[in-house]
Write a protein that binds this ligand. Structure first.
Ligand SMILES: Cc1cc2nc3c(=O)[nH]c(=O)nc-3n(C[C@H](O)[C@H](O)[C@H](O)COP(=O)(O)O)c2cc1C
Ligand SMILES: CCCCC(=O)C(=O)O
Length: 357
């Protein structure tokens, strides 16, 4: 497999149509989904030549953790939809590739099993549930298992209407469970209804859509782990995130799965980078499919790029091996893009490298 697109088509051949649509799909007209790719494609690289690129290095550290490249796996629910081992396969893959793994609150393997399979840094993603005690317990288990940060997803007061899932009557198969949460909190995710998405209905029941900036203190008082906010798309919210003690933000429109008309993540990235001004970590996700895309978001000022669907495709196609290959491929492509653009070190990747067409 020579590119990420090959993993995508291989995965389509392996997954059921309903799971495929759940993974690939976005909200509404899928315009935010398309915008992520379009924004990256619009950016082009202004390469510099006759630079000594005989020794390129993609290595970096993120919140103190060494990585082979500024690359991480975005949180995605239920990896067992893609392969039988689920998140332990992903953890093994991320470790092999030197990437960071963000585990979803709706992971289908236990935090402890995932930690045992991991050899690299782990973060735990949370949605803010009405049942706050479940958050506190998860945060404590994550810290005990060696997770290094919490990622609170803030772009999902509820799961958006995703037409593909409504049409297919998507529900989470009964044998695949969000095993880190009490079963009673999850039962409606598995309740199949024609013409409705179970996860959208579940989120209306279980997510607390009343939380505001003021509530973040409550969570921060209950964990020693750094808190990162995922789903920030404006300078205003980036400043508020810092004012409320966040250690970082993930610039993301949730892979086009939440606000359908949202700005593309690559378009939002520069204003967030400028607002954060080096005071906290800036990660980004959405549509990153090539090493060149990595180079582009690094040039716009991201400290870390995260990929979602490509990892699912790798898992579907070849379990831990497939997912590791996807992460390695992106890292190799970044290395090549750095060499061919005259940037042997990550610090040389600046905005001067970017033009829009
Ligand atoms: C199948 C799937 C499940 C997801 N589950 C979660 C989740 O549980 N928590 C979350 O914060 N984001 C979730 N996301 C969003 C991803 O973290 C990420 O923002 C998005 O997929 C990045 O875009 P990309 O897929 O284009 O790389 C999910 C995305 C997909 C495709
Ligand atoms: C309730 C599960 C939501 C996972 C998901 O599909 C997403 O966050 O995009």
């Amino acid at each position: 497999m020579l590119d990420i697109a090959s993993y995508e088509s291989a995965a389509q051949g392996v997954l059921t149509e309903q799971v495929w649509d759940f993974i690939q799909g976005g909200s509404g007209s899928e315009s935010a989904l398309a915008a992520n790719r379009a924004a990256l494609d619009r950016l082009r690289i202004r390469p510099r030549v006759l630079v000594d690129v005989s020794q390129c290095s993609t290595a970096t550290t993120v919140l103190g953790a060494p990585l082979a490249a500024p690359l991480g796996v975005a949180p995605m629910a239920y990896h067992r939809l893609a392969c039988p081992d689920g998140e332990t396969a992903t953890a093994e893959a991320a470790g092999k590739a030197g990437s960071l793994l963000t585990v979803s609150m709706f992971a289908s393997r236990t935090l402890e099993d995932i930690a045992a399979a991991a050899s690299g840094p782990l973060w735990l993603q949370l949605y803010w549930l009405r049942e706050r005690q479940a958050l506190v317990e998860l945060a404590a288990r994550a810290a005990a298992a060696g997770f290094q940060a919490l990622v609170l997803t803030v772009d999902a007061p509820r799961v958006a209407r995703r037409p593909r899932d409504v049409r297919s009557g998507f529900s989470v198969p009964g044998d695949i469970r969000a095993v880190n949460l009490p079963a009673a909190l999850m039962s409606s995710s598995h309740r199949r209804t024609e013409g409705a998405s179970a996860i959208e209905k579940h989120s209306r029941e279980q997510f607390d859509s009343s939380i505001t900036w003021a509530d973040l203190a409550w969570l921060r008082e209950r964990t020693g782990l750094p808190l990162i906010l995922k789903g920030v798309l404006t300078a205003e919210d980036a400043r508020l995130a810092l004012a409320h003690g966040a250690s970082g933000v993930v610039v993301s429109n949730h892979g086009g799965r939440q606000l359908d008309s949202a700005v593309a993540s690559a378009d939002a990235l520069p204003e967030v980078v400028d607002a954060v001004a080096g005071r906290a970590l800036v990660a980004v996700d959405g549509g990153i499919r090539h090493g060149g895309d990595l180079l582009k978001v690094l040039a716009l000022g991201a400290d870390l790029a995260m990929v979602g669907r490509p990892v699912f495709w790798g898992l579907a196609q070849g379990g831990a091996t497939g997912a590791a290959e996807v992460l390695r491929l992106l890292t190799e492509e970044l290395d090549e893009a750095m060499a061919l653009s005259g940037c042997p070190r990550l610090t040389e990747i600046t905005r001067a490298l970017i033009t829009s067409r």
